[in-house]
Design a protein around this ligand. Structure first.
Ligand code: PDD
Length: 288
């Protein structure tokens, strides 16, 4: 964790960054967030992450606390305060602010609480990439607005803990018989050489990495389609992948204790992983 964080207009040491207990983020989980990977000092797709943040704020009717130039300035300052880290993970959180406890919105004079901090970006070790990981499935018990990157993550926390209790990496969620996403990742499958992704809608977070994977598939001629994935198709997939800013792309080789494909990361995964790493070295690390 960095020593310096940004809180409500000031850069200050982490130990001094405190929020009143009546902050609505603490009381209600009334806020939104972003996680932005930073490679060799370059935030990846900062504009896209800020667009998603803007959208999350609009969806829950919190006014935009900073304009684009100000967000960029804060990001730059924190990244340079942490230049000793090769790769960083910038965390932004905005809550509706501090007010007496009442579910209804506070008066418009209440200012949103803004926290930005940087942490080391921890991506999966190469052994995990080569072996693949196990996952379980569970009913998607979340609400109907999962496109909002909300800090109220209780369902995700419980679902992710279910994975931890089973000593596996992730819980894949099913809603009405269809795959939505993982507790903290998007999910792709491969069926007979074709990459399939569930469509973006209110039941999943529109991942920035999800977009990168589809772009790489398009650019390199990997057959792909965006369509609803039934539980049956998920379970009979040749390959299953997880994607996120921190997981990058990771193969799932066992689901609910049953082997997926050959039980090893598949050929389409290996190709995409190589393409992703190449993209990271040549584009993400150079600020492209
Ligand atoms: N989570 N779906 C969910 C529910 C997520 O929490 C995440 C990322 C994703 C992938 O989004 P992206 O590719 O933009 O990282 C999908 C972040 C990393 C987190 O909460 O830590």
């Amino acid at each position: 964790m960095s020593d310096t964080v940004y809180l409500n207009g000031s850069f200050l040491p982490l130990e001094q960054a405190t929020v009143p207990v009546l902050d609505r983020g603490f009381i209600f989980g009334d806020g939104v967030y972003e996680v932005i990977p930073v490679y060799s000092g370059h935030p990846f797709r900062l504009d896209e992450h800020l667009d998603r943040l803007t959208n999350s704020l609009d969806e829950i009717r919190i006014r935009q606390p900073l304009d684009r130039a100000a967000w960029r300035h804060v990001a730059r300052e924190l990244i340079s305060a942490n230049h000793h880290l090769q790769d960083q993970s910038l965390y932004i959180q905005v809550t509706r602010g501090v007010a007496p406890r009442d579910q209804a919105f506070p008066p418009a004079t209440v200012t949103p609480t803004v926290l930005v901090m940087s942490m080391p970006l921890v991506t999966p070790p190469v052994e995990l990439v080569e072996s693949g990981v196990s996952a379980i499935t569970a009913l998607d018990i979340r609400w109907q607005r999962c496109n909002i990157k909300a800090v109220s993550l209780l369902a995700n926390v419980l679902l992710r803990q279910e994975a931890a209790d089973h000593d596996v990496a992730e819980t894949l969620m099913l809603r009405d018989g269809y795959l939505t996403e993982g507790s903290s990742s998007n999910v792709f499958i491969v069926k007979q050489g074709k990459l399939l992704a569930p469509p973006k809608n209110q039941y999943m977070l529109p991942g920035i990495t999800y977009d990168v994977i589809l772009e790489l598939a398009e650019r390199h001629g990997i057959p792909h389609a965006v369509e609803m994935i039934s539980e049956e198709r998920l379970r009979s997939a040749d390959e299953i992948w997880l994607t996120s800013s921190t997981k990058e792309v990771l193969a799932v080789v066992s689901l609910d204790g049953k082997i997926i494909g050959t039980g090893e990361p598949g050929p389409v995964f290996s190709r995409m992983y190589a393409l992703y790493q190449e993209f990271k070295q040549h584009i993400m690390r150079t600020g492209g």
